[in-house]
Write a protein that binds this ligand. Sequence first.
Ligand code: 13P
Length: 256
Amino acid sequence: MQRPIVAGNWKMNGNLGSIATLVDAIEAGTGGLDRVRVVLFPPFVYLPQVSHRLKGTAISLGAQTLSEHTAGAFTGEVSASMLLDFDCSYVLVGHSERRNLSRESDLLVARKFVAARDAGLTPVLCVGESLQEREQGATEAVVARQLRVVLDLAGVQRFEGAVVAYEPVWAIGTGMTATPEQAQEVHAFIRRTLAEDNAGLATSLPILYGGSVRAANAAELLAMPDIDGGLVGGASLDASEFLGIAAAAQRHSEGT
Ligand code: 13P
């Protein structure tokens, strides 16, 4: 079994003081968790601070988005090479909040995925349907479309070393977690969709679940065969909740 990934997306939260406290607590609490890959996604401006703090630890660093361009007149944007300067190894691509609030299209998301992968970053490609789309029975169609645009632009080989996160929009920040069965169904669908292009790669691709993951529901989600970890929002701002999720992943990985 691959090491499960427990990723904390802090979104636009925190300040210098609270982030120092949070990173220290997470670092102290994950020291013994040798079968879990922990990744933290702070806001851009705190990357130098968190990068410095994580040096020499097993925790990886990621950014919440990146530019599809390498350099130039793109005010407010941050490139892949800038993220590498601060030891980022992961980057979220296509988070639903960016798709919705910043109007990022499927094609823009695909371009960002390519920019990340080509720079040597691990993109975490986020996909997922809205409540309305689920109620219309369009979940698979939406997820297939979001994946297909990236597959067509990037090619399946660029998924080698990438991660996909299934984040149903209706479960994000709402406390309404998808049931393990609902999540498993979509995770299996994602794997089948990628398998159409490359079966071997689809088998080894880590697929994370995101949407109101907490310490109390992590174990049952991780027990599903196609759930390889969690992308955690709200609960990642609370060290004890986040560490509870990481501990559940460690127990799952150990088979205990
Ligand atoms: P919540 O865990 O707050 O639902 O957020 C999930 C998410 O969007 C992680 O990227």
